[in-house]
Design a protein around this ligand. Structure first.
Ligand SMILES: *Cc1c(COP(=O)(O)O)cnc(C)c1O
Length: 479
């Protein structure tokens, strides 16, 4: 497909400005700062510009196209009413610096609902994503420990099943990482955890249910071990879809949490955004939240506090990604707490249904009752040389977004499925049938799977080149 620049037809135009009768602005700009040549932008007619972008959009795949069981990412359907709410002119047109009555109440109420749902005392909506929330949370723990004169607590414990952003965030906040092993049941190994707790420990970062989709049933014991050695508990609640409305991290002993609004609380995401990763804390950590904090005053008015002395400072301009917060607010309000609970229960039911169906054809390393997701592997297909990457690529030919692959790292050749509550039984059956056929192909015609995808514009791009060697600007070929 040609780039816009290559479709350039000089003289064509997709817009028409109204006549302007003002003096040319160039009169007021110093001459040495004026361009000598016009900007080199492609010129296209409206119809060609529209076709270009529509063609691009047809190459993408989103939840509105079909099942998107991308484990850990909760790619669930986002009801269109959320988008409608976010686009109301009263919200969409406000200046981000001008907090209007209404917008401030909405932010405050969203914080209160998140606090309710997670069992925390205060929230900030500033962080723009899950990883950003983790960094914010770890900075809060860092600031608190420093305030307590506990500067020697430099180690953050992280299980080997953790999301890669956890160690990255801990290190960026100034800590070092000590890995805690998982036991044969896929859960945190309590003996290993106990051995690794000590006076140098700042805290533990934990995802529960963990990235294998298993609930850490010893969470109260884990929490006791970490607190007893003087550390704090950080909850990676990026994906709360299995427990929202059912169980609360605050009750499990966590001191700091982040939640990804763009996962559990609907709002479509992908390709890097947009998102929001609000952070919640227990009362004793409230002064360290990014400022301004938003709370309800005694008279019901919304108060913006700036305890700049203890606060870790601002972590995002304005008040965070307001539009995403608005969609999450609309989602929570439209389904209610009962609806959230129902969604969590259905997400767990769907994951278990798909797990049972797939276990006929694929190895499932921890094949027990899971929460919102489960991990399979290519063990049964490996003898014919078919790898997880091949299976994932072949699934694209069946018009499914592949599962998350090669994560978590503790499972060899992992395939992580998270169907979410918004997929119907017939959709799950169809996905299971596609996987069954791929399993059969792996036995009979492995090269068909290894050469997939066969029906896409782009087959197998270099997995790392785009990240390591991105080409972000267009250079006109020499004439
Ligand atoms: C998605 C996810 C993150 C990171 O969230 P981003 O918004 O992508 O930065 C962190 N932890 C877990 C468990 C996740 O699933």
């Amino acid at each position: 497909m040609k780039l816009l620049f290559e479709k350039d037809v000089p003289g064509s135009n997709a817009f028409r400005f109204p006549m302007d009768d003002l003096p040319p602005a160039t009169e007021n700009i110093p001459h040495d700062q004026l361009r000598s040549a016009p900007v080199d932008l492609p010129e296209l007619s409206e119809v060609e510009a529209v076709r270009h972008f529509v063609e691009l959009s047809h190459r993408a795949f989103g939840v509105d196209d079909g099942t998107y069981a991308l484990g850990s990412c909760t790619m669930k359907y986002s009801p269109k009413v959320n988008q409608w709410a976010a686009q109301l002119p009263g919200f969409a047109d406000i200046h981000p610096n001008c907090v209007q009555p209404g917008a401030d109440h909405l932010m405050c109420e969203l914080q209160e609902m998140l606090a309710d749902l997670t069992g925390m005392d205060a929230f900030t909506l500033q962080p723009a994503a899950g990883a950003h929330g983790e960094l914010t949370g770890m900075m809060i723990i860092h600031a608190y420990l420093r305030d307590q004169g506990q500067n020697d607590r430099k180690v953050v414990l992280i299980p080997d099943s953790a999301h890669g952003t956890n160690p990255a965030s801990a290190v960026m906040a100034g800590f070092t990482v000590r890995v805690v092993k998982s036991g044969p049941d896929g859960l945190v190994d309590l003996d290993d955890l106990a051995a690794k707790c000590g006076p140098d420990v700042a805290g533990l970062m934990l995802t529960n249910p963990n990235t294998l989709g298993l609930f850490e049933k010893n969470i109260l014991e884990i929490s006791r071990l970490v607190h007893d050695c003087g550390g704090l508990l950080y909850y990676d609640g990026a994906n709360l879809n299995a427990i929202v409305g059912v169980a609360r991290p605050g009750d499990m002993g966590f001191d700091v949490v982040h939640v990804n609004l763009h996962k559990t609380f609907s709002t479509p995401h992908g390709g890097g955004g947009p998102g929001a990763g609000p952070v919640g804390v227990k009362q004793f950590l409230r002064p360290y939240l990014p400022y301004p904090t938003i709370r309800r005053g005694d008279d019901g008015q919304i108060v913006f506090d700036a305890d700049e002395e203890k606060s870790i400072g601002k972590v995002k301009s304005f008040f965070g990604n307001f539009g995403v917060c608005l969609k999450a607010y609309a989602y929570i309000k439209s389904v209610g707490y009962e609806g959230l609970k129902n969604a969590a229960q259905l997400a767990v039911l769907n994951a278990n249904y798909l797990r049972c169906r797939l276990s006929e054809y694929f190895d499932i390393p921890f094949n027990t009752l899971c929460k919102h997701e489960f991990v399979a592997s290519n063990l049964r297909q490996a003898p014919s040389g078919v790898r997880t990457l091949d299976i994932a690529k072949r699934l694209i030919d069946f018009k499914y977004h592949p599962p998350t692959i090669y994560f978590p790292m503790i499972v060899h050749e992992a395939m992580m499925f998270e169907p979410t509550e918004t997929e119907s039984k017939s959709r799950l059956d169809a996905l299971a049938e596609a996987m069954k056929q791929i399993a059969r192909e792996a036995e009979t015609t492995p090269e068909l799977v290894q050469g997939a995808p066969h029906n896409t514009v782009i087959g197998r791009p270099d997995e790392t080149k785009a990240a390591r060697n991105p080409v972000l600007s267009y250079k006109k070929p020499a004439q």
